[in-house]
Design a protein around this ligand. Structure first.
Ligand SMILES: *Cc1c(COP(=O)(O)O)cnc(C)c1O
Length: 403
């Protein structure tokens, strides 16, 4: 069989299961109102939770950074790619997390996927057992597959189950690995309980705060600030392409851990450092996150979340035959579970016809039978935007029920 025939058969199978994905072309920058494939839409799908990607101050900082530093970094960090701009960002982040992680030191990565790969493969050696939460992000799952460690999965938020597994483990090093905010459910991991288990069983806790960074905590420092945690057992990964509105990621942990990553993480060592202009602009982004702009947008998000959730609950009660449901979300990620793959894509298409973009999320991203509309809010959405979404969802529900 030729490769082309082989792939065509696989593509046909993907299509038959209503699992085919397609690119859409953004004609304007990410914002609550965006032109997609030439059509203006009200968007509830980006992870730009504070609306910083469209912030003029960030564009100015990026331009200033480009004038100062030019284009790319030119090399991997250990060769010559690590700039003063990179160092200013990691120094700021180390200071942010000093109250949460003793002897905190940060290192930067080009993406969250890369940061996760670095942490889990470098720390997950043959002496290590990784305890991986069932709903972890694909990058953590891929990283665990690449690691030499033994990998044991525990159930979603199943603290008791994890305790049993930790008690039975004879591994020299134990690494608990979890998303802080689950990206397709919007709920929070029981991080304080996981940290207590880590202390009890001499384990270490890797927390991927991709969706908590910038969003949770009074100053936007994320899940550790939200829960008021402090422990040298915490290894935090934050991403800078979501609430920070730019690109990149960081790991902050006890200095011995970050020093080891710098020596051993192959994808840190063998990959070109991010453009210094981005790092320069990240300093502005971090200032916006902790300052009045971030504070106001976080407050708006909390209010919009409550408004949306109340509206969705009313909608679900009005249409019990559709079998729609909510997840226990407490963040700007507020998914609406529809169930079937074809059903969710039909609902997403109806919304789009009504001028609203909410992506349908299907397996393997979520479990079979739990396909969902992943609604995400942005700190620059308004109450009127949320009301427009709810009205369009009501019309969609009526159409689907009548069909
Ligand atoms: C988006 C995401 C990542 C990957 O971060 P990128 O910077 O986009 O590569 C990692 N973990 C989680 C939970 C995410 O949602």
């Amino acid at each position: 069989m030729s490769l082309l025939e082989h792939l065509s058969a696989k593509l046909a199978a993907i299509e038959a299961q209503s699992l085919k994905r397609a690119l859409r072309r953004a004609d304007t920058g990410t914002a609550p109102r965006q032109t997609i494939n030439g059509r203006p839409l009200l968007m509830f799908c980006a992870n730009d939770y504070l609306g910083l990607a469209a912030e003029p101050a960030l564009a100015d900082a990026l331009a200033e950074g480009a004038r100062k530093w030019g284009g790319g970094s030119g090399a991997s960090p250990l060769v010559s790619g690590h700039s003063a701009a990179h160092e200013a960002v990691t120094d700021t982040l180390a200071r942010w997390y000093a109250p949460h992680i003793p002897q905190a030191r940060a290192i930067s990565f080009c993406t969250g996927y890369m940061a996760n790969l670095a942490v889990v493969t470098a720390l997950g050696d043959e002496h290590t057992e990784i305890f991986s939460e069932q709903l972890n992000h694909a990058s953590l799952i891929d990283a665990a597959r690449l690691a030499k460690a033994t990998v044991t999965r525990y159930g979603h938020a199943d603290v008791a189950g994890l305790r049993t597994l930790l008690a039975a483990s004879t591994a020299k090093v134990k690494l608990i690995v979890t998303d802080a905010v689950f990206s397709m459910d919007g709920d929070l991991a029981p991080v304080p309980e996981l940290l207590a288990l880590a202390s009890e069983f001499d384990a270490w806790l890797v927390v991927d705060d991709a969706h908590g960074f910038g969003v949770l905590g009074a100053q936007g420092r994320g899940t550790l600030e939200h829960f008021g945690l402090n422990s040298e057992r915490l290894i935090l990964i934050g991403t800078l392409g979501k609430a920070a509105g730019l690109a990149g990621a960081f790991v902050v942990a006890h200095a011995t851990i970050t020093e080891y990553l710098l020596q051993a993480a192959r994808n840190f060592i063998f990959s070109t450092a991010s453009p210094p202009a981005i790092e320069h602009a990240l300093l502005t982004s971090l200032a916006l996150i902790e300052g009045p702009v971030g504070q106001a947008r976080r407050a708006n998000l909390v209010a919009l979340q409550a408004r949306l959730r109340t509206g969705l609950e009313t909608l679900i009660q009005a249409h019990p035959a559709l079998g729609w449901a909510l997840t226990p979300a407490t963040t700007p990620i507020q998914p609406l579970i529809v169930g079937g793959n074809a059903d969710v894509m039909l609902a997403a298409a109806r919304l789009e016809a009504g001028g609203i973009r909410v992506p349908g999320i299907r397996p393997p991203t979520v479990a079979a039978g739990t396909a969902r509309l992943r609604i995400t809010l942005c700190g620059t959405h308004t109450e009127a935007d949320v009301d427009q979404l709810l009205a369009t969802l009501r019309a969609t529900a009526q159409e689907l029920e009548a069909a």
